[in-house]
Design a protein around this ligand. Sequence first.
Ligand code: HSE
Length: 358
Amino acid sequence: MLRIAILGYGVVGKGVDEIASSLSDMKVTRIFDRPVLKDTIGPRFSSLEDILADKDIDVVCECMGGDALPYTAITAALKAQKHVVTSNKETVSKHLDEYLTLASSNGVSFQFEASCMGGVPLLYPLTNISSFDKMTKFEGILNGTSNYILSQMEENSLSYDLALKGAQEKGFAESDPSADVLGIDTKRKISIISSIIYKKTFNPEEVPCFGIAGITADMLEEAKKENATIRLIGSIKKLGDEYELFVAPTLVNKNSLFGQNANETNAISAYFSKNGPLSFQGPGAGRYPTAAAIVQDLERILSNGQAPLGSLKEKAKIALALKGKFVCYTKDGFKEVKENPMASDLVKYDVVIKDGRL
Ligand code: HSE
């Protein structure tokens, strides 16, 4: 049983409470937030001091955002030999080396999968791959709020301000959304990704960064005429001994992975010497995707990094009837359309095409 304290009961913290509390091997026993939330939180409401002093807390989930208080809380929790999981890009990008060193010297784990690309497992696979393969290039849409604004302006002719309001209402934006629209959130994320790939400290303050605040409907209209659109792209390239990191609104082909990527969805492509390009795409912001990434880290702590697979005891019952419409051909051109067929019936055809439009 993993006993958890949550710091910050906002969009993400509430989601973590909901998911973790539904699992039999986790229990959220304490929650810290501002005193005004004391009544809303109820008996689990605790001070930071009580959480740090509680020997029965195994993991602290930091979901507050910002840097000053998270830094104090994370360093103190690691020193108190509690595992720490966070979704906070700002504090991870500024102090990753210190957090990892503290975790290791105190025999606990520091996990931050949720800090980049929300619900998409990205950092863990990239860390594994880069232990034996070299990443040569990385490009991606890593900020859900900016992507939501650009795609809403483009597809639904929403004004910049209305689109930003929508992203805030849906819980995608930071409490100060300038971090999203000025590209600051993206430069923090590419600094974290560079750190885990190249095992070096990257200072986000040194990353050249241009945001989307000046993008107008006219610019998107211009791009449309050339079958293109504009997306906020963070990129990483290794050039000899140097690393080129930058964030900028970028013209992309409308039919490309990035051009087709709408709303808060994130998408990245990572190029390795022996593999790839590998593309990852999925929800990059919002309560449940981010909370789900935090819970993945909690599961990793529970299982010491092993996939929580257990053993395969039971034989699964695979359905013999397939749902949907299938167009079936034989070699001599005979064509037949089958609705909800038995799988065994399809075996006699040479070509079987499922009608995925249904
Ligand atoms: N504000 C961030 C975004 C949240 O819009 O992508 C997820 O990191």
